[in-house]
Write a protein that binds this ligand. Structure first.
Ligand code: SF4
Length: 701
């Protein structure tokens, strides 16, 4: 080992990119991180890490780190400012807007990347301290559908599984999920399954995961509901329903069974392009499996029918009794490192802990635990992300505080989103980097510390709290988001309300008190050190973390979180695509993750020379061989893609992943959302990123 990275000590913490939540051993020299390696003992990754994890430290050294507050000056440029000036500008402008247009005229948009303690402090400061009514997270873009589906079906946002289920299933149905690329360490866990599971991938694209599966069912995009309802139809027709489980633990099954009578395999075959025999064979496979698990990610969540599709999978798990046992479950895999923290603790559209702003008892309880007047808690739910954006259009939102997310790149129908951000009276962006597309539009940039430069907890996809630590000093005057929030509370004049929130660990204790009695109760965890020693702890955890079994699933007793203890069957008639391909725009554009080395808008991954080598730097569109032949395209040609909202030029790649009539662009390039259509699932309000009609032609030289 070269002397400069030869460690004199090590410590452990969880990775700050994806929801897998791998444990990393940080190599320290004189107290500073100099290198890292995956932790072999951590129950999540068992000694493995993907390229992003290996490169997690290198992106902290980027030259475009925000190292001082930046304020847009008279020349129109962002110029360095002292912290006290920045805080005054923050408070003066937001208070002015609120006094002119009401407290709800300032809102915030945050992220699934902050630690849980920062999320809870942000949501509490903004709503209880500053009087805001509206705030949401970028988690609206990736997992709101799963959260809504679970709340409606189970009575609480409670993904039931543990990663060990990857190794214990004998049948796995993966829907709209490219695990190999999006969650590579979870895929490694699947590969360790000793039961030689049948893996059925349901996805319009022949992804890396589909190629590696036992069977790939390339359904037509947006035919999911008809397809899964017909699987239920066959299970009922053949008498393959676990009536004992259904009668004991669920409600509304009979209505569902009657509804799916109309979804014959013949009807589903026509809608989905999957043969009748294949639908029947899948139903038989599910019936014959001893431990069947259903998994989904963005192919389901980012869909205008997403909530009902997720529930179509939940229905299949319930009707076959595949839940609460090892290797089973209706299992949403989420995206960001702390999307699960955002789901329960961001205090955005749900009150702290998965409670409800509209419920007086919930408000009283939270006010009591926090020691604040109940009148400080809003009595209405926040607007979700898209409504906040619409609020800007209507002049109802005039001030916006964006933390650790890149709206100007990632929000659907990008040109419209950028125009809306430009309409704001005052835009504050709090981020590690001052060069994001969104920071460049800001009136004020607050420099934030990143992962590795602050402490707190993340909650991973299997509900596991894991600790992150400060192993580097943040550059320049950058501060942890927690410290920035405390400074803002003082400057705003509501610091007294947050006097107990002195450190992230003190905030964790408050979160614990708030969790008491909830399905996500974590009152047993002693402290961060207990979490660290235990290898994290899945909620619920009412004993010391080191004393509990580290692989736990929910609903083993068949009791769900609705008051009557029963899970609900939920269903709905499929709806047509809002913008189907036509003569003018004959292709359907799909978007998604491109490579395991890329992350979201590349704010961080583009800063690593190693990661940059692992994925194409220039945007490209994938097209199937048949379409490419007809259009006269060869890989490397420059093409123009046009939708009703925009026109972009990119390289073309002829790819075996694509079915005829479909194109694919990774979401990581800032051109992608120039094309997408702003439409949403009506229950979760999640954007449907994966269906807009486009045309493609050779670009002029
Ligand atoms: Fe980090 Fe996710 Fe990669 Fe694990 S799989 S190392 S959590 S990015």
């Amino acid at each position: 080992v070269p002397a400069k990275i030869k460690p004199d000590a090590t410590t452990t913490m969880v990775c700050g990119y994806c929801s897998t939540g791998c444990g990393l051993k940080i190599h320290l020299k004189e107290g500073e991180a100099v290198n890292l390696s995956p932790t072999t003992e951590y129950p999540v990754n068992l000694g493995m890490a993907c390229p992003k994890g290996w490169e997690a430290l290198s992106v902290l050294d980027a030259p475009d780190r925000a190292t001082t507050p930046l304020l847009r000056g008279p020349t129109g440029e962002l110029e360095p400012a002292a912290w006290d000036v920045a805080l005054n500008e923050f408070c003066d402008n937001f208070k002015r807007i609120q006094s002119e247009s009401g407290p709800g005229s300032v809102a915030f948009l945050s992220t699934g990347q902050l630690v849980t303690e920062e999320m809870a402090l942000l949501g509490s400061l903004a709503k209880f301290g500053m009087g805001m009514l509206h705030g949401d997270g970028n988690t609206r873009q990736c997992m709101a559908t799963a959260a809504t589906a679970y709340k409606q079906s189970f009575g609480y946002d409670a993904p039931p599984y543990t990663y060990q289920d990857f190794e214990e299933s004998d049948v796995m149905v993966l829907v709209g999920s490219n695990l190999c690329v999006a969650h590579p360490i979870m895929w490694e866990r699947v590969c360790r399954n000793p039961h030689a599971p049948k893996i059925i991938v349901v996805d319009p694209r022949r992804t890396e995961t589909a190629v590696s599966a036992t069977e790939h069912l390339a359904i037509k995009p947006k035919s999911d509901l008809a397809f899964f309802y017909s699987v239920a139809h066959v299970l009922i027709r053949e008498g393959w329903v676990d009536r004992g489980y259904v009668d004991a633990h669920t409600a509304d099954y009979d209505g569902f069974a009657e509804f799916v009578q109309a979804f014959t395999p013949e009807r589903a075959a026509q809608a989905s392009g999957i043969a009748v025999e294949t639908i029947e064979a899948l139903s038989r496979t599910i019936h014959e499996g001893q431990r069947v698990s259903f998994w989904w990610t963005m192919g389901v969540n980012q869909n205008y029918e997403g909530t009902r599709i997720a529930q179509a999978l939940i229905n299949l798990a319930l009707m076959t009794g595949n839940i609460g046992r090892p290797g089973t479950g209706a299992n949403s895999i989420t995206g960001q490192c702390n999307a699960m923290g955002s789901r329960l603790w961001s205090n955005t559209t749900g009150l702290l802990g998965g409670r409800y702003f509209t419920n007086e008892g919930d408000r009283q309880h939270v006010a009591g635990v926090l020691g604040i007047p109940v009148e400080k808690i809003p009595t209405e739910d926040s607007w979700p992300y898209h409504q906040i954006m619409e609020g800007i259009r209507e002049g109802k939102i005039r001030g916006l505080w964006i933390l650790c997310t890149n709206t100007a790149h990632s929000w659907i129908h990008q040109s419209d989103a950028r125009e809306l951000l430009g309409k704001l009276d005052f835009l504050v962006v709090q981020d590690m980097y001052h060069t994001t597309e969104t920071a460049q539009l800001a009136d004020l940039v607050l420099p934030a510390a990143g992962w590795g430069e602050k402490e707190g907890t993340f909650i991973n996809s299997e509900r596991r709290f894991g600790v992150v630590k400060k192993v580097r000093k943040a550059p320049g005057e950058a501060l942890s988001d927690f410290s920035i929030l405390r400074l803002i509370a003082e400057a705003w004049g509501c610091g007294e309300m947050f006097k107990e929130w002195t450190t992230p660990e003190a905030a964790f204790k408050i979160i614990q008190r708030l969790s008491a009695g909830l399905p996500s109760d974590i009152t047993g965890v002693e402290d961060y050190a207990d979490l660290d020693r235990a290898g994290g702890a899945q909620w619920p955890c009412t004993e010391k973390a080191v004393d509990v079994d580290q692989q736990r699933r929910l609903f083993a007793d068949g009791r769900f979180c609705h008051q009557d203890g029963r899970a609900r069957f939920l269903w709905e008639e499929p709806r047509p695509m809002p913008e189907p391909p036509d003569k003018e725009f004959p292709y359907l554009l799909l978007t998604g993750r491109g490579a395991a080395s890329q992350w979201h808008t590349q704010t961080r991954t583009s800063k690593s020379a190693v990661l940059r080598k692992l994925y194409p730097q220039k945007p490209y569109v994938e097209i199937g061989a048949q379409d490419a032949r007809r259009e006269g395209f060869r890989t490397g040609d420059r093409v123009a893609l046009t939708s009703r909202r925009g026109r972009i030029e990119v390289g073309v790649t002829v790819s075996p992943t694509m079915m005829p009539g479909q194109l694919f662009i990774p979401m990581h390039y800032d051109v992608t959302n120039q094309l997408t259509l702003a439409h949403f699932d009506p229950y979760s309000h999640q954007p449907s990123y994966k269906d807009c009609a486009v045309s493609i032609e050779k670009a002029a030289k």
